[in-house]
Design a protein around this ligand. Structure first.
Ligand SMILES: Cc1cc2nc3c(=O)[nH]c(=O)nc-3n(C[C@H](O)[C@H](O)[C@H](O)COP(=O)(O)O)c2cc1C
Length: 326
């Protein structure tokens, strides 16, 4: 399978593993890159310089192309992570969910490609005007944070028709069939998060991995309650998709009550913070997309990549449809 993405980064598989703060460290990124796709490190705004240095070294050690994902809104508060990342010269940096434009020139001046996630058509147009190198079209079924306005497939069709920048599809792509579908639609590749959360190379806790394996397709919810409870300053437009748990059963849809700081809200905040410390997934967020329902076991990155490589088989089957039309 050869696309703009595989040519640009000398990949064997047109796939980027999504940056996932708290889940995709250097070990996961390295395993993905060593396996012929492009692995990305996800950086939490709270990450220390020492942690980031270690992850960058792990990913760079493969000698294969790799990337780093930063959060636009967090870079508006401090640009320290970006400075450190630029010095390490990864092949790709993503800046999503906040200001992107100010990073185009510094990254390009350092020879680093820039990707950014778009959750609607307007964001895609804006990113094209700014000069980003890859637009990641991200539908609302995706895991973790992003917009919940449009699903992947309608957004992908609209953006592919309207923009000239290479497009990668994200949200709900969990198997070779999904990769084949977005390639057939015209995407240069897929940007995949949830499918890698249960790899031993990921930093996901054992409790969260078990919950994702157990989850069915409809077991996620979208909203901002975990961010409000933890007082993380995510812009309101970007909620998070996470597995349903006892916390979401109680608080889903009650954002304003949580933000009001009532005694019940303060107790709820304490509960989430304590649960995160204890890996208690009844009250801590387990960020994952609808494709959690496609994750059936904990398996190494190499096996997940082999599954995605079956996209070639599915695409050949599509080509055969045309041949039989003859
Ligand atoms: C656990 C988790 C953490 C995430 N953290 C980040 C992040 O730090 N930065 C970012 O740009 N996107 C983050 N995302 C979103 C991904 O980049 C991507 O949009 C999403 O995983 C794609 O959908 P999928 O999960 O259905 O594959 C995260 C996603 C998950 C599941």
């Amino acid at each position: 399978m050869r696309t703009w993405l595989t040519e640009q980064f000398e990949l064997e598989l047109p796939l980027i593993s999504a940056p996932m703060a708290g889940v995709s460290g250097g070990r996961l990124a390295a395993a993905v890159s060593a396996g012929g796709a492009l692995g990305m490190i996800g950086v939490s705004p709270a990450a220390s310089a020492g942690w980031l240095r270690g992850q960058l070294e792990l990913a760079a050690a493969t000698g294969r192309p790799y990337g780093v994902g930063l959060l636009g809104w967090a870079l508006e508060l401090s640009d320290a992570h970006m400075k450190q990342v630029i010095q390490a010269r990864p092949d790709l940096v993503s800046v999503s969910f906040g200001e992107v434009e100010r990073w185009v020139a510094p990254l390009h001046d350092s020879g680093i490609a820039l990707a950014a996630q778009a959750g609607n058509l307007v964001e895609a147009f804006d990113l094209e005007d700014m000069g980003v190198d890859i637009i990641v079209v991200r539908g609302g079924e995706g895991g973790g944070h992003g917009r919940n306005e449009v699903a992947t497939l309608p957004l992908l069709q609209a953006v592919l028709d309207e923009v000239d920048v290479p497009v990668v599809a994200a949200g709900g792509i969990g198997t070779g069939r999904g990769l084949a579908a977005v390639l057939a639609a015209g995407a240069a590749g897929a940007w995949v998060g949830t499918a890698f959360t249960c790899c031993p190379e990921a930093d996901t806790s054992a409790e969260a991995q078990e919950a994702i394996v157990r989850a069915e397709l409809g077991d996620t919810v979208y909203g901002s309650i975990f961010d409000i409870a933890q007082q993380v300053p995510w812009p309101a437009a970007y909620g998070g998709r996470a597995l349903r748990n006892q916390f979401t059963e109680i608080w889903q849809g009650r954002e304003s009550e949580l933000a009001a700081g009532t005694p019940a809200a303060v107790a709820a905040s304490d509960q989430v913070l304590a649960a995160r410390q204890a890996d208690d997934i009844r009250y801590a967020p387990v960020y994952a997309g609808q494709s959690a329902g496609l994750v059936e076991s904990e398996r190494p990155v190499a096996e997940v990549l082999s599954e995605f490589a079956t996209a070639a088989h599915h695409l050949r089957a599509v080509a055969a449809i045309l041949e039989t039309e003859g």
